[in-house]
Design a binder for this molecule. Structure first.
Ligand SMILES: Nc1c(NC[C@H](O)[C@H](O)[C@H](O)CO)[nH]c(=O)[nH]c1=O
Ligand SMILES: CC(=O)[C@@H](O)COP(=O)(O)O
Length: 158
């Protein structure tokens, strides 16, 4: 369902697990930092509002979304980390580079999650332009960071 039809920050908080002792690693891409910074703020606020402790939220920055997979792997392999949230924004350019990055990070993040049997959340925007990105980073369609954080919490219930 398109974000235009389902706000990214519209979710149910029912029946969530206690996350007061859970450690969340958040890997943030530096590319499009205005957008990814908003995603990060949304994710952290969502985690805190559901009982996570600030000291249990570990932030790691990587250069771009392509590097999110390796950043996620380095954190997922830590026994003390319960879930990893990957945040990025890949904006379409003139060439097919966009496709390769998006495909690589989607597969890479999935592989890390399966390898370490932990939630590794794909919180990566793949917009056509800056406006679409901002609309999904705290704008009219909500915040992808909120969605990524609540997804991590829900996956911890499995
Ligand atoms: N164009 C965007 C990039 N490009 C950089 C790649 O992610 C990567 O860092 C580079 O190819 C070196 O490996 N990254 C984004 O996150 N967003 C973009 O729009
Ligand atoms: C998604 C990208 O890497 C993008 O910024 C590259 O732009 P272009 O395809 O115009 O080189």
């Amino acid at each position: 369902m398109a974000s235009a039809l389902k706000n990214l920050s519209d979710y149910s908080s029912k029946n969530l697990v206690d996350i007061s002792d859970k450690i969340f690693a958040v890997v943030v891409a530096e590319w499009n930092e205005e957008v990814t910074g908003s995603l990060y703020n949304g994710a952290v606020q969502t985690l805190l509002s559901h009982g996570a402790k600030q000291e249990n939220i570990v932030k790691v920055e990587v250069p771009g979304s392509f590097e999110l997979s390796l950043g996620a792997q380095k954190l997922a392999q830590r026994e003390d980390v319960d879930a990893v949230i990957c945040l990025g924004c890949v904006i379409q350019g003139e060439t097919r580079h966009f496709d390769f990055i998006c495909d690589a990070v989607a597969h890479g993040v999935t592989n890390v999650s399966l390898k370490y049997d932990k939630p590794v959340i794909f919180g990566v925007l793949t917009p056509e332009n800056q406006k679409q990105a901002m609309d999904r980073a705290g704008g009219k369609h909500g915040n992808k960071g909120d969605e990524a954080a609540i997804t991590a919490i829900k996956m911890l219930a499995l």
